[in-house]
Every structure is written in structure tokens, then in C-alpha cells.
Design a protein around this ligand. Structure first.
Ligand SMILES: Nc1ncnc2c1ncn2[C@@H]1O[C@H](COP(=O)(O)OS(=O)(=O)O)[C@@H](OP(=O)(O)O)[C@H]1O
Ligand SMILES: [Mg+2]
Ligand SMILES: [Mg+2]
Ligand SMILES: [Mg+2]
Length: 352
């Protein structure tokens, strides 16, 4: 029997709302020494750490036994050299945690404002994201800022949270503070949340209101179809997407956008397909970069697979393991995109 996951969805929405308020505030005041470069050369800001601390604290309060796979860890913040950053993160996280009841909070589920946390409680909350993942059982994924490079550029980024049970994503919530609420009326403002529960559909509402609207991927037409792809050429191959576009006679140029906002746009009918092919050997996609997006697109009536047509495997640890690339698209076009991707891969192999 399918479960309702009502408490989990409400908590996830409330946590993403609080984290989005925090990241928006951070962007307006971010200064240079509030960003670090991680071992893999990617950036992390006080916003990433503080948002993970807030979401993890709220999860722990509501579901103390659930393990968490979170992108960030607090190792740098525990060093003497990280003290200034840690102090700022603690202040930001506590402001977000104790602020008055945000829309979507529900005290009945214990997800209203909480008490301020100590430094060590907040560092421990960040480090609770160290779960290695598992094939069975419940676990949450947190990507506190997905598309950190987009966040730093003032463009798209997303606060992403999912609940995975026995390797299947059951709840996904994506907050997009910089995304237009209505792409046909950009003047109507920005700030959306997407949310989906397995078997119950997908919805969008505004970051500041409680106005859920169901989202569904419409049938695509040659006039409207184009690819959604990463901004960063290092994250997915733009030239491969060009070849697939040529094979499919796609005339519209791709929409480049950071983060899982791409899954949100696809789910509400923008673009037609999200194609993410690896640029080099070795990088394994992280589960927090795809779990909320996968359930959102599937619940909006689409299909998400890797470049071989296999489902994404969320039960192999912190990465998607052997999955190679991602194709997300409406049901009517996914098969055609998959065939074109296979053709482009075969052409590249023949040339090599
Ligand atoms: N080499 C490589 N290949 C593929 N993906 C990578 C790679 N390196 C990083 N990442 C992950 O990409 C996440 C950013 O998502 P996007 O690629 O959609 O954003 S962007 O348009 O490129 O900025 C980004 O997520 P965040 O770190 O949360 O921003 C990374 O997890
Ligand atoms: Mg990410
Ligand atoms: Mg991130
Ligand atoms: Mg990152």
C-alpha cells in the first residue's frame, strides 16, 4: 500500500522555505571571504553550510532516526582558520531557525520555529549529512545550494531535499528563489517551490504563498521543443547536446540554466528535455543532484533515465554509481531523445 508521506512533505516544504529565505538574505550581503574552494575545486559559501545546518536541524527534530546524505561537511569550519565563517554560519542558521512561523509550517508536526542552537549543535547538524547511502531503509538527501556557481552569479540555483525509501524517491522538494513564478509573465516576480510525492502528482507554489498549482509536462511540438542544459561546460557536454539536437532536427537553441531548476522548468512545460552527458571519465553524479528532480519530472508525467535508458539508481551510495548521463523528458519524446543519444554515442565511438 502506498503511504501518504504528508508529514514528510510538509516538513520538507517548511525546511526548504526557511533555507531559501536564508540563501536569499546571504546573497544580498555575501562578501568575498565567505566563500571557500573545496578539494574538487568547486565553491562553497556560508549560504551552503548554513542552509544545510537549518534543513538538517529541522529533519532531526521531526525524524530523529532518519539518516541524511548531505553535500556539505563541517571539517573546514572546525579549524581555527574557519572560525569567522563558522560564526557567520551559526548566526545565519539561528536567525532562520527561530524566525516567526513561515508559511507552510505546521506546529502539529513540530516544524514551527525552533530554539537557537549552539555552535557545536549546528556543526553536528551539518555533519549528520555524512550517511554513506544504502539500498534499503529511509534516508534524506540535502543539496543546500544546488548550482552554487549560479548562486554566486545571481542566476538560478535551487535548495533541494528528498526522501528516499528502499532506493525509491518518495518525496522531493526544490526551492528556486530566482526562478520566475510564471515564465510567460516574468513581471509577476520570482521565487517558486516545486514539490512531489510518489503517486500523488507534482505541484508548484510561490515561495511566499500557499497557492499550490498542479504541474504537468504538456505534449511537445517542434515549435516549443528545446533542450535544457547546464551552464557550466565542465558539468555536461554542450557539444554532445548539439549533435543530438542536429539528429533530432531541433531548431531552437538550448536553454542554459544552473541547478535542478532545470527539472522544475521541464516539469511545468518549459523546454521538453533535460540532457546531461558527462564531459570526462570518472565523475559520478551525486544522488542529491537528481533525486528531487527525478520524482518531480516523473510525477509531472515524464520519464527520467540515464543515457542507456536505465532508471537512476539511488541505492548505491552517495553517487548514482554506474548510471552514465541523464535524460529527462516528457513521455512522448523521451524514447526519441534516447535513440538520438545512442546514435550520437555510436557516431563518437566510430570516429575515435
Ligand atoms: N564534473 C562534473 N560533472 C557533472 N556534474 C558536476 C561536476 N562537478 C560538479 N558537478 C555537479 O553539478 C552541480 C551543478 O548542477 P548544474 O550542472 O546543473 O549547474 S551548472 O549549470 O553547471 O552550474 C553541482 O552541484 P552544486 O555543487 O550543488 O552546485 C555539482 O554537484
Ligand atoms: Mg548540486
Ligand atoms: Mg550544492
Ligand atoms: Mg557543491
Amino acid at each position: 500500500m502506498s503511504q501518504s508521506y504528508a508529514a514528510e512533505e510538509q516538513l520538507a516544504i517548511a525546511a526548504v522555505r526557511r533555507a531559501c529565505a536564508l540563501t536569499s538574505a546571504v546573497f544580498n550581503t555575501l562578501i568575498k571571504n565567505e566563500t571557500l574552494t573545496k578539494g574538487d575545486k568547486s565553491p562553497v559559501t556560508v549560504g551552503d553550510y548554513a542552509a544545510q545546518a537549518v534543513i538538517s536541524s529541522m529533519l532531526h527534530r521531526a525524524f530523529p532516526h532518519d539518516p541524511i546524505v548531505g553535500e556539505e561537511d563541517a571539517a573546514e569550519l572546525r579549524l581555527e582558520s574557519g572560525k569567522a565563517m563558522k560564526d557567520r554560519i551559526v548566526a545565519l542558521a539561528n536567525t532562520a531557525l527561530v524566525s516567526p512561523l513561515a508559511l507552510g509550517d505546521n506546529e502539529g508536526w513540530g516544524i514551527g520555529p525552533g530554539a537557537a542552537q549552539t555552535d557545536s549543535e549546528l556543526l553536528d547538524a551539518i555533519d549528520r549529512g555524512n550517511y554513506p547511502g544504502a539500498l534499503t531503509g529511509r534516508m534524506w538527501t540535502i543539496d543546500p545550494i544546488d548550482g552554487t556557481k549560479g548562486f554566486l552569479r545571481g542566476e538560478q540555483y535551487a535548495v533541494c531535499l528528498s526522501l528516499i525509501v528502499d532506493s525509491i524517491v518518495q518525496v522531493g522538494v526544490i526551492g528556486c528563489p530566482n526562478l520566475p513564478v510564471d515564465p510567460t509573465h516574468p513581471e509577476a516576480g520570482t521565487g517558486c517551490i516545486f514539490s512531489a510525492v510518489r503517486g500523488q502528482g507534482a505541484q508548484q507554489f510561490t515561495l511566499s504563498g500557499s497557492d499550490p498549482t498542479p504541474v504537468r509536462i504538456p505534449a511537445s511540438t517542434p515549435e516549443t521543443f528545446n533542450f535544457l542544459e547546464s551552464v557550466e561546460a565542465a558539468h555536461s557536454s554542450h557539444s554532445f547536446n548539439d549533435r543530438v539536437s542536429t539528429l533530432l532536427n531541433v531548431t531552437r537553441s538550448p536553454t542554459r540554466m544552473d541547478s535542478q531548476a532545470k527539472y522544475g522548468c521541464l516539469a511545468r512545460g518549459e523546454g521538453g528535455a533535460y540532457l546531461r552527458m558527462p564531459t570526462g571519465v570518472g565523475y559520478r553524479e551525486k544522488i542529491w543532484d537528481h533525486a528531487p528532480g527525478q520524482i518531480l519530472v516523473e510525477e509531472a508525467g515524464g520519464i527520467v533515465s540515464d543515457s542507456r535508458g536505465k532508471p537512476l539508481d539511488f541505492g548505491l551510495g552517495r553517487t548514482l554509481g554506474e548510471n552514465f548521463g541523464v535524460i529527462a523528458a516528457g513521455k512522448d519524446v523521451h524514447g526519441r531523445v534516447l535513440v538520438a543519444v545512442q546514435q550520437a554515442l555510436a557516431d563518437a565511438k566510430a570516429k575515435a
